[in-house]
Design a binder for this molecule. Structure first.
Ligand SMILES: NC(=O)c1ccc[n+]([C@@H]2O[C@H](COP(=O)([O-])OP(=O)(O)OC[C@H]3O[C@@H](n4cnc5c(N)ncnc54)[C@H](O)[C@@H]3O)[C@@H](O)[C@H]2O)c1
Ligand SMILES: O=c1ccn([C@@H]2O[C@H](COP(=O)(O)OP(=O)(O)O[C@H]3O[C@H](CO)[C@H](O)[C@H](O)[C@H]3O)[C@@H](O)[C@H]2O)c(=O)[nH]1
Length: 350
């Protein structure tokens, strides 16, 4: 079961799981997702995770849990909405999983659990001091899952994504309202916005704008597949693990580690990023090159709660899941998002 599989990341992961031969059921209430985003081949249940007990039974091997609200600014304005859905919804889901005997879970956590980091790159041992109710709600869920695993023998992985971007086939980013930098920059290139606002250029970074670690959504999907298989105990052995990346591109890097495994009762937490930071201005400049559009920018106030630099150490994901990103190139990430944005606009017009 993929909760939130009508949303951006969940739909890409669902598509990748189907390609790997898994049977996928999407549970989504379409509060921020799109029915047409659910990949062909997945069964679709329109419903809430709060009602998961109605849908889950022992025919499911595992749950990948993406369903959540994820707008940082909105969470500051309406924190209860975030605690209720993200934490309350997950409590109901965990109860339903226990009732149905489903004992494997992969959860969408976030770099927002760390807050302003003391040391870069950020490892999973870093202090967690979220700067928004969104980040706090996700950290609370990580604690919930850790307790559930220890008490009831769940095998669980929390994947802490840094800045997800790019697209995969027909699945891409269509948040409404959109708050993420790359899709907003591309809306300017499409003529849907006049300018992009740069939120502050007086940060302690080389060009004064915030630095982030952008990870391709297809790399993220492969990490979910590996996490799922590790919790199920079906992960490929080292000799088989160098499988092609989602679109058939050859993987980079050295031979992968021994068979990944997450045992019942264990809660593994892994950061997912490339370990490379790009500033807001570098992102905008790269998008200018990719799109051929001047993308005018204006300087705006800092956005409250934005740390200056967020860059991941994904060493744990490499060591425990045998995962390596294969699409770290920023221009490639933006080019895939650009292709998706143009295709979506053409579909709307026709
Ligand atoms: N996009 C990012 O950069 C990013 C970074 C870190 C973590 N995450 C996490 O990844 C997950 C997916 O993010 P996304 O960008 O795809 O968001 P999204 O809004 O596109 O997808 C979330 C999906 O969950 C569904 N949903 C929400 N509450 C639900 C509920 N109670 N019951 C059933 N369905 C519900 C929505 O309809 C939507 O389809 C979220 O948990 C988010 O916190 C995202
Ligand atoms: O119009 C914009 C939008 C964003 N930014 C800047 O661009 C950077 C990236 O902002 P995003 O909104 O794209 O992403 P965030 O870094 O705020 O947050 C994302 O990544 C976080 C971890 O890094 C969490 O996972 C969170 O859930 C997810 O939304 C930030 O410095 C932001 O200030 C702008 O300058 N102008």
């Amino acid at each position: 079961m993929v909760t939130g599989g009508a949303g951006y990341v969940g739909s890409v992961v669902a598509a990748h799981l189907l390609e790997a031969g898994h049977d996928v059921t999407v549970l989504d209430d379409l509060s921020t997702g799109h029915r047409e985003g659910v990949p062909a081949g997945a069964r679709f249940l329109e419903g809430r995770v709060q009602d998961a007990a109605r849908y889950l039974d022992s025919s499911y091997d595992a749950v990948l849990h993406f369903a959540a609200f994820s707008q940082v600014g909105e969470s500051v304005a309406d924190p209860a909405k975030y605690w209720r859905n993200n934490v309350g919804g997950t409590m109901d889901l965990l109860d339903a999983m226990r009732g149905a005997g489903v004992r494997a879970l992969v959860f969408s956590s976030t770099a927002a659990t760390y807050g302003e980091p003391a040391v870069t790159p950020i490892t999973e041992a870093a202090a967690t001091a979220p700067t928004s109710p969104y980040g706090a709600s996700k950290l609370a869920v990580d604690h919930l899952i850790g307790g559930e695993a220890a008490a009831h023998g769940l095998a669980a992985v929390s994947l802490r994504y840094f800045n997800v971007a790019g697209a995969y086939g027909d699945c891409g980013e269509r948040h409404d309202p959109e708050s993420h930098l790359i899709p907003l920059v591309l809306q300017v290139a499409q003529g849907r916005r006049e300018t992009i606002s740069v939120y502050g250029d007086d940060y302690p970074t080389p060009d004064g704008t915030c630095v982030r670690d952008y990870i391709h959504v297809a790399d993220l999907a492969e990490a979910h597949l590996r996490a799922l298989e590790a919790t199920l105990g079906t992960a490929p052995a080292a000799s088989e693990a160098a499988r092609p990346a989602p679109d058939g591109a050859a993987p980079e890097g050295e031979a992968l580690d021994a068979r990944p495994h997450v045992r019942p009762g264990e809660h593994l937490i892994c950061n997912l990023g490339n370990g490379n930071g790009f500033s807001v201005r570098e992102v905008i400049d790269t998008a200018r090159k990719v799109t051929g559009h001047p993308i005018p920018e204006i300087l705006a106030e800092r956005r409250p709660g934005d740390p200056a630099v967020l860059v991941a150490s994904a060493r744990t994901a490499a060591d425990r899941l045998g995962w390596r990103p294969t699409r770290a190139d920023l221009a490639g990430i933006i080019a895939d998002a650009w292709e998706f944005a143009r295709r979506t606009a053409r579909t709307k017009e026709s």
